[in-house]
Design a protein around this ligand. Sequence first.
Ligand SMILES: [Zn+2]
Length: 256
Amino acid sequence: MIIDTHAHYDDGQFDIDREELLTSMEANGITRIVNVGADMDSSRQTVALTEKYSFLYGAVGVHPNSTAELSQEKIIELKKMAQLPKIVAIGEIGLDYYWDEPEPSVQKQWFDCQMDLAREVKLPMIIHSRDAAKDTIDMMKAQKAGEIGGVIHCYSYSVEMAREYLNMGFFLGIGGVVTFKNAKTIKEVVSYAPIEALVLETDCPYLAPEPNRGKRNSSKNIPYVVQEIARLKDIDVEKVIAVTEKNARSLYPKLK
Ligand SMILES: [Zn+2]
């Protein structure tokens, strides 16, 4: 069965039909969803969603572009949320120099602090890294992030960088982008990486796969991602589903 390892159902784009959409997931073969916080408010909303839906789990953390709101008190609040039984990871955290807001030194300070938090609460990390390949890997190596573990969400770097993350024991999150015709590098990464290192994700409402590119995304689109991974690796769709489910459970040990 399919596990969506990275979704944002707290997003306002789901306000009109969230209940209807989420309750239809199981009938569509989506048996587990991990909703990921991107700031304090969405982390709190993630906790509320995990309380409402049995199949929905959560991650709490602050996305690099929202780190200006962080303080030591907020880190304590994140720590309390992280200890709830259905919170399975710290994320999404990392560096994003595409949107260079706030300045890199602030992003780095809170990335490091949230890696410390993941280590302290013994949860894996969901890493967001965009246009910041070198600083991300340097900071993760300095933190011995391999001891903490986690996933590089929406993996978008080279095959060489993928090798570095695989050597650290990290999973690579693969979503809608792999289906885009011009996404040559990620197709190469999926061909190169062992299937045992890949997990499925949507990042919904963003990044819908072909043939729904540009529309609002949801976990129901994951079969298009599965088909493309199966094609690239020349294996059965069933095998992609079975192995990535096992991978998701090993990435998030608290997932029941
Ligand atoms: Zn995300």
